[in-house]
Design a protein around this ligand. Structure first.
Ligand code: NI
Length: 168
């Protein structure tokens, strides 16, 4: 297992659309292990492969309070959502220190595969639903700040670029 570097907004690579996983092999399971390591170390509650510059449709999530309930989603697809929408505050390991409100469907039904290629479907609500939608967006090249106004996006971009310059 290894902790991998996380891309930071506004890195253009975060806008890459990830490819579907075709082979459920040891290399995939190694990627999942590295992603889990990277997420727990950060620490965070979700990570998409896109964020470590691997453009495959792989997500890891752990929304448990005990940080011991890893959920793996390969080639995840939202196959249903209910009409109700809810606003909640989101953050992202690729947008450190920024928390903003985003509105999304409150419940989603997701179809995916585990790291051994076994298909499953899951009904998610609450934090898990938010997290799944946020991470699937990453696989489609979308970062949550893109839901905000242009003005806010530009402010965030400026602030993060300044942090990078100061750290250099
Ligand atoms: Ni994120």
């Amino acid at each position: 297992m290894a902790v991998r570097p996380i891309l930071r907004f506004p890195d253009e690579r975060l806008h890459t659309v990830a490819r579907r996983v075709e082979h459920f092999d040891d290399a995939l399971r190694q990627l999942v292990a590295d992603m889990a390591d990277t997420m727990y170390r950060a620490p965070g509650i979700g990570l998409a492969a896109t964020q470590i510059d691997v453009h495959l449709r792989v997500i890891v999530i752990d929304v448990s309070e005990t940080h011991d309930r890893l959920q793996v989603f390969i080639n995840p697809e939202i196959i249903g959502e209910d009409g109700e929408r809810r606003v909640s505050e989101e953050g992202c390991l690729s947008v450190p220190g920024i928390y903003e409100e985003v509105e999304r469907p409150e419940r989603v039904r997701v179809r995916a595969f585990d790291e051994h290629g076994k298909p499953f479907t899951l009904e998610a609500s609450g934090l898990l639903a938010v997290c799944l939608q946020h991470e699937i967006d990453h696989l489609n090249g979308r970062v949550f700040v893109q839901y905000l106004s242009r003005l806010k996006q530009n402010r965030i971009r400026t602030r993060l670029l300044k942090q990078v310059r100061e750290a250099a």
